[in-house]
Design a protein around this ligand. Structure first.
Ligand SMILES: [Zn+2]
Length: 43
């Protein structure tokens, strides 16, 4: 059962920042397609 959960999360696509190409963390999903670092620059 635990292994299946791991498989599920592995399959979730990583979002990539359109500015720098870094992976975007899940919690920043609502900000669109930029990572935390690039969002800071925009401020
Ligand atoms: Zn970025």
């Amino acid at each position: 059962m635990l292994e299946k959960m791991t498989e599920f999360f592995k399959r979730l696509p990583n979002k990539k920042c359109v500015e720098c190409g870094n992976d975007i963390e899940e919690q920043h999903e609502c900000y669109g397609n930029k990572c935390d670092h690039c969002l800071d620059i925009m401020k």
